[in-house]
Design a protein around this ligand. Structure first.
Ligand code: ARG
Length: 614
């Protein structure tokens, strides 16, 4: 089925109805991986006995496609050891001579001080693309060294506002989960919501006061939990009301499991859950809630284990674990005897390792929590739960940190009235701006009559939400980023809007040709005539190694950079090569289609709904 006709679609892509068995059968390696193996085999002959990792990167324009850089560093380590090599260049030449012959490689040469330049066979690139079109993009999925991963993300706190940090965690965490799922890893998407803690005493007591018939009132009555939280906090802080003492009592009674308190807590959690859920639905994010409270029963036995292992000591009335190199220890039982964030995280990790049997546990929070994670991971290693912090050993834990969201004034992002930013409002504004822009444009070029109201709406939603997500994902997550509607909604530069246009344009070229792409896949073949055409083809197949690296480093911005350069490569191709009506039409349509398929896969991994018509 040719899906180019749909206006917006997330499910109709024939390429995403992956041919699982074909993928397994083909199990294709990326070009880079293949080349690395050739280089490794050459190195083992060139410098026998030395275990050298291949150093391979994409070449600068004009220097082949990939470049092997081993010669230079090898020469400096061999110098003075009686080696026969006179200079790095002679090592480069030997690496080249020892490369096993392969149908991937078209030609090789040594350049400069000893770089080995490799040119990939054009026929092979074409074949890779054609195979992908026939067997599905899933055949380009990376292989990961793990089977089951937990991604702990979003994780807002109940009744408190879902602040910008949680928004970033939701967007980044979802992208990571999608990437790993694409790599055939089983991902447990965990929402570690803060549903336990001292604030509940206050909330419960306030609920009793404000709604004496709280059991009967519908959830709508207290729908806006944020205001509810704020009002109760004002009362809590007012020393004269005697409310604080009552709230503290309520915490104790909740923790002791008193029915009325438990029921009130459940009600508050449920309301909050519904609120979060509507946001997740709109964002297309799936999450399974296992809040902090879930791990309560596991805390005492876990602490007992750590005590028996001699890790826990008393300090100023609290129970702590000292961590080498850290000034302050990890507190696991507070002075008042209560458990905290760290004890919950330890119990949750125990559960994730022993019950859920996850091999890799990934935590997505702002970088501000770096220390907490460092300490608690160290404690887990000391307990023997994790192998020593060795990158390659599993089970493994990773803190995926991210920077702040800044406003245009360079300070923490807030809205005008200096309240926290509500995610829903952001999404609404992005969408309405997109709609206005779209309607303006369509009216101007006389196409507005071709669009239904519904189409306008779904397209604006897809573009607006996609823009918000992309603006967040395109930066290295560790850096702070500045939130600007004007920038993210611009149709120029590295923005989702620009990319959506680029994708829709490809779809429109294919529609215009009016050919059956499914038939072309098997009846026609791809050949590269023009250099820009080949360059696009090579870029298309590089998707595999990019997504592999993005998964390994948990960095979605690699995909964004790739997506942007792919659309640039497409523009260049389209400027120099006629598609519709040219003698090469069939081959070029297939290349256009492959570009669109890869772009959609990238959008999909980033949680963005592609649009097919703009
Ligand atoms: N609820 C926490 C917060 O808002 C984030 C939880 C992250 N996950 C974890 N396992 N600690 O800061």
């Amino acid at each position: 089925m040719d899906d180019e006709g749909a206006s917006t679609s997330s499910a109709s892509d024939s390429e995403t109805q992956h041919h699982e068995s074909a993928a397994a059968e083909h199990g294709l390696e990326s070009v880079k991986r293949k080349l690395c193996r050739l280089v490794a085999s050459s190195l083992s002959v060139t410098v026998p006995g030395l275990d050298v990792e291949p150093m391979l990167e994409v070449s600068k324009p004009g220097f082949g496609d990939y470049q092997c850089n081993n010669a230079l560093s090898l020469f400096s380590s061999l110098r003075g050891t009686g080696t026969n090599f006179q200079n790095p260049r002679s090592i480069g030449q030997t690496i080249l001579n020892n490369l096993p012959s392969s149908d991937i490689v078209e030609s090789t040469s040594v350049a400069g001080p000893g770089y080995v330049n490799i040119v990939i066979s054009s026929d092979w690139i074409a074949k890779m693309i054609q195979d992908m079109l026939i067997y599905g993009i899933k055949t380009w999925a990376p292989t990961m060294p793990v089977n089951r991963v937990i991604v702990d993300f979003s994780s807002p706190n109940i009744a408190k506002e879902m602040h910008v940090g949680h928004i970033r965690s939701t967007i980044i965490g979802d992208a990571l989960a999608r990437m790993l799922e694409f790599a055939n890893v089983e991902v447990l998407r965990r929402n570690h919501v803060g549903d336990w803690g001292t604030q509940f005493g206050m909330l419960i007591e306030f609920l009793f006061e404000q709604f004496p018939n709280w059991k009967e009132v519908g959830n709508q009555a207290i729908e806006d939990l944020q205001s509810f939280y704020k009002a109760s906090k004002i009362k809590f802080d007012d020393e004269s009301s005697g409310f604080k003492a009552k709230a503290k009592q309520a915490v104790v009674r909740l923790q002791q499991g008193e029915d009325r308190y438990r029921a009130a807590w459940e009600k508050i959690c449920q309301i909050s859950h519904n609120e979060f859920d509507s946001v997740y639905k709109r964002l297309g994010v799936e999450l399974e809630e296992k809040g902090e409270s879930f791990y309560n029963p596991y805390i005492p036995p876990v602490l007992e284990e750590l005590t028996n292992k001699g890790l826990i000591t008393k300090s100023e009335g609290a129970q702590v674990i000292s961590i080498a190199g850290q000034k302050s220890p990890l507190i696991v039982v507070k002075r008042d005897g209560g458990f905290n964030y760290a004890s919950t995280d330890l119990a949750a990790l125990w559960y994730r390792l022993n019950v859920e049997r996850a091999e890799w546990i990934v935590y997505v929070t702002d970088v501000g929590q770096k220390q907490h994670f460092h300490k608690f991971f160290s404690a887990a290693s000391m307990a023997g739960w994790l192998p020593d912090q060795n990158e390659k050993e599993y089970p493994k834990t990773t803190h995926v940190g991210f920077g702040l969201v800044l406003g245009l004034d360079g300070k923490r992002f807030r809205t005008r009235c200096s309240e926290v930013v509500r995610l829903v409002d952001l999404l609404d504004e992005a969408k309405s701006r997109c709609k206005e822009e779209l309607i303006g444009r369509l009216t101007e070029n006389g196409k507005i009559a071709d669009w239904t109201v519904d189409e306008l709406d779904t397209t604006s939603e897809a573009i607006g939400l996609g823009a918000v997500k992309y603006a967040d994902l395109k930066n290295n997550r560790l850096t702070d980023y500045t939130f600007s509607f004007d920038k993210m909604l611009s149709d120029k530069g590295n923005t989702a809007v620009y990319l959506q246009y680029a994708h829709a344009r490809i779809c429109s070229i294919i529609r215009k040709a009016n050919k059956d792409i499914e038939e072309l896949k098997t009846k026609a073949s791809i050949t590269f005539v023009h250099a820009d055409e080949r360059a696009l083809g090579l870029h298309v197949i590089r998707f595999q190694e990019v997504v592999e690296q993005a998964c390994a480093d948990l960095l979605p911005h690699y995909l964004c950079d790739y997506l942007y350069s792919l659309s640039e490569a497409f523009s260049k191709f389209y400027a120099s090569c006629q598609v519709v009506g040219s003698p090469e039409e069939a081959s070029r349509l297939l290349l256009c289609h492959a570009t669109a398929v890869v772009m959609r896969q990238c959008f999909n991994l980033l949680g963005i709904t592609p649009v097919y018509k703009l």
